[in-house]
Design a binder for this molecule. Structure first.
Ligand SMILES: Cc1ncc(COP(=O)(O)O)c(C=O)c1O
Length: 420
């Protein structure tokens, strides 16, 4: 199934198994909620990106957008596979540096970077700094002069391209806080080129996330190609990758199709290097979140709620974007689906619903629920709402589990409180 990690299996006990590890055993050992990441799926997506782009546009670099999942254990895997890293804050950059990533392989994003963040990027010698506004160019100019160091920048433009996805994850529309509008590109290029220690390497755009339609990517590639020719720059960065199948019925373009369509637009035209920053399509399908069912609440003739021990704080996407998910009962995965239920979280918001109206086997307190495709933008968007500690994260591979993020404790929650 498209929305399960590559190694998912149902074992003899009728339990869901990932990476050769029985999820029921995993929940017993590490507790729930628990983020589970399948190493083989992450590695296979990285290889697919590299191999596909090598085939259709050999002069390319793939950077993992770690906003999708910023954890040292995952950064280690993707960089091990030869990917660069897209970071979008000082905190992500710090995690990357502490994880041993070569600074030259770091692309630094952010539509409103602080002076301290710019200093960090210039001092560490990050490979690319994406600039978003003329104010930022001014700030970067001041920082490079102060530190006496050069910076190579990509100008993030606002392509004005409509992509069919949720309003909050569209980024390339005219009315967007990201990127320099098309009619201001000329001025921005002149301004960058007038700075002593900043070099303009090329143009960057990102049209949005969770996109299935390939046409907007073609339009984006054509636009960046035109700018590359016009300004004689040497690098094109197309931003994030295509969407993923959250439901088994979803049909996103696969990575090779995406490589082919953009490769076909750009190949043999300028010799510019191509860079991409996929996040979701590398880690999304690799992750599931395990929850324990605490109670089943039947509201006769209205709805049956299955209440679990996590929810909007470990996965805010449903409440933020009305994102839809699929789920399995991990301890009786092959039982016949018998009833429609709604999976509700434990947090104090009526909107804290993880999955609405899903048909599942008969379910009772103590069952283990696996919500699928939670590898991207769940942990990275999580919070401590209601002062609930964040779950642990475990990497599974070849029958072994490795803890990569510890479960937060109550002491972690109050570590910055000043008790008067
Ligand atoms: C600038 C930029 N690059 C890359 C990404 C990653 O996108 P995706 O996870 O859809 O591949 C994002 C996500 O929004 C982004 O804003």
């Amino acid at each position: 199934m498209r929305n399960l990690p590559d190694t998912a299996k149902i074992n003899k006990q009728n339990h869901l198994e990932i990476g050769g590890v029985d999820l029921v055993d995993l929940a017993k050992e590490y507790g729930t909620p628990l983020f589970v990441m399948d190493e083989a799926t992450i590695r296979s997506r990285c290889r697919k990106y590299i191999d596909s782009f090598r085939k259709y546009y050999p002069n390319s670099d793939i950077a993992f957008a770690c906003k999708a999942l910023c954890a040292a254990g995952v950064i280690k895997i993707v960089t091990d596979e030869g990917l660069c890293l897209d970071v979008s804050s000082g905190g992500e950059a710090y995690t990357a540096l502490k994880s041993g990533v070569d600074p030259k392989k770091i692309y630094f994003h952010g539509n409103n970077k602080s002076i301290d963040e710019l200093k960090m990027a210039v001092e560490a010698g990050f490979g690319r700094i994406m600039v978003d506004t003329s104010q930022e160019i001014k700030n970067l100019d001041a920082v490079t002069r102060e530190l006496g160091r050069r910076a190579e920048v990509m100008l993030r433009i606002n392509p004005g391209i409509e992509a069919h996805t949720h309003e909050y994850i569209k980024t390339g529309l005219i009315d967007s806080k990201f990127g320099v509008p098309r009619n201001e590109i000329d001025e921005a290029v002149r301004f960058i080129r007038a700075q002593k220690l900043i070099s303009l390497v090329g143009f960057h755009a990102h049209i949005g996330s969770q996109i299935f339609d390939t046409k907007p990517f073609v339009d984006e590639a054509k636009l960046l190609l035109e700018l590359t020719k016009r300004y004689g720059t040497k690098e094109i960065n197309l931003g994030g990758g295509p969407g993923i199948a959250y439901l088994s019925s979803d049909e996103p373009p696969d990575i090779e199709t995406y490589a082919k369509i953009v490769g076909d637009v750009l190949r043999d035209k300028t010799g510019a290097k191509l860079a991409l920053e996929p996040g979701r399509s590398i880690v999304g399908t690799a992750g599931v979140t395990l929850y324990t069912v605490g109670a089943v609440k039947d509201v006769p003739d209205v709805r049956k709620y299955v209440l679990v021990d996590g929810g909007m704080a470990d996965n805010p996407r449903p409440i933020l974007y009305k994102a839809v998910y699929d789920a399995k009962v991990a301890n009786k995965v092959n039982d016949k689906p018998v009833e429609k239920v709604t999976i509700g979280g434990r947090f104090c918001e009526s909107g804290d619903i993880l999955v609405r109206d899903i048909k599942l086997p008969e379910i009772e307190a103590g069952d283990l629920l696996a919500v699928l495709c939670t590898g991207a933008y769940s942990y990275s968007m999580s919070s401590n709402y209601n002062r609930v500690p964040r779950p642990a994260m475990v990497l599974v591979n070849n029958g072994a589990a490795t803890l990569i993020l510890k479960r937060e404790t109550y002491d972690d929650l109050i570590r910055n409180d000043i008790i008067l």
